[in-house]
Design a protein around this ligand. Sequence first.
Ligand code: FAD
Ligand code: PYC
Length: 416
Amino acid sequence: MQRFSALRLLGHGLTGHKHWRQSWRHPEPKREYDVVIVGGGGHGLATAYYLAREHGMTNIAVVEKGWIGGGNTGRNTTIVRSNYLWDEAAHLYEKSLKLWEGLSHELNFNVMFSQRGVMNLAHSLQDVRDAERRANANVLNGIDSEILTPEQIRQKVPLISISPTARYPVLGATFQPRGGVARHDAITWGYARAADALGVDIIQNCEVTGVLKESGHVVGVETTRGVIRARKVGVVAAGHSSVIAQMAGLRLPIESHPLQAFVSEPCKPALDTVVMSNAVHAYISQSDKGEFVVGAGIDGYNGYSQSGGYNVIEGAVAAIVELFPTLSRIRLMRQWGGIVDVAPDACPIIGLTPLKGLYINCGWGTGGFKSTPGSGWVLAHTIAHNRPHELNLPFTLERFSSGALIDEHGAAGVAH
Ligand code: FAD
Ligand code: PYC
């Protein structure tokens, strides 16, 4: 079997990949669909997949202005966990984590989900108390969560400095063993291939430029490839959600900010878990290729440039070098940024909108990669049944008028 694959690979190389079977089609947009999903990131593709798979709706298009996965899905640092404080968020993220656990099998595509554990450091007495509160809340919700002492941290992460004289000494941590990292491209390709196989049209290089309304109902979108009518339109455009909502005359409580990350040159395996610190605005893991993957807090200003300010990188580097002094001599290879959609309570907005036929899924801020499967699953339910699933009922737009906010700033991976 392996020899056959190797021969096939060689054959593809020798023929200039001419006979390589495409993983999904590249159809021309039809004039009309039952559902159009705006945004071909992981969330949009997952929504289309679950609409087809769970709800039997297959006359669906995913329209993407660039290439699928070219937004935050392809720019994030792939940390997956479900250790959120409040019941509502914990249930939603845990649903997602459970889907992750079966995703390679479900999609028949290796999404490289590696449950190597996620550690969140505490650097002050208040941090330690918050960590204990969150770990206890997690356990009450059936989510795996442990509290670690500095010595236990050092045993798991020998590279870390637990010196009490550090500027931000490591006083403890929470640890979620089932958390970990995955492969960002793989989840895009896995959902795209599976959705396509169920009949979903994935239309790349197709920018939505307007939202069509008739008698107050949304009935389609204007795009750079013509008008596409739809009975239902789902906006899943991350950092550009408010831009699209504005096309429909809707104002969202979302701010768009750059969020940056960078990787080092590849090194031998030295770190087999994920370490995060909300207090020093930095986190780190080691990729399967050996690169140290490091991220920062958001750039403080609003913007749509996918680059970000150098001072934020400097701050993250300083924090990582203080925590991991031995890393001070490795070289950085690449830096990049994405545009994250931040809601005032650091929680997503998923549900119906005041406009009939328009559905929204945004506000995942710095933490939506982990929720890709769960987010698609609940939005698909919401679109199919025209009402939220109980898991996303607390996350509708109405919470900003009712005041029922779910403040998850403390559990956000990085400050935002
Ligand atoms: P995207 O992948 O951004 O998809 C939205 C798509 O909409 C884009 O492809 C875009 O091109 C398209 N679009 C926009 N406007 C239009 C238009 N007019 N017409 C058509 N298409 C349009 N989350 C975690 O859980 N863990 C992490 O470790 C993590 N690290 C991060 C690190 C960085 C540097 C960044 C930037 C983000 C990180 N995140 C992380 C957040 C996470 O990446 C996002 O929340 C998540 O990927 C959002 O997925 P999405 O599918 O909604 O968005
Ligand atoms: O939400 O876990 C997270 C995260 C890590 C880095 C950015 N976001």
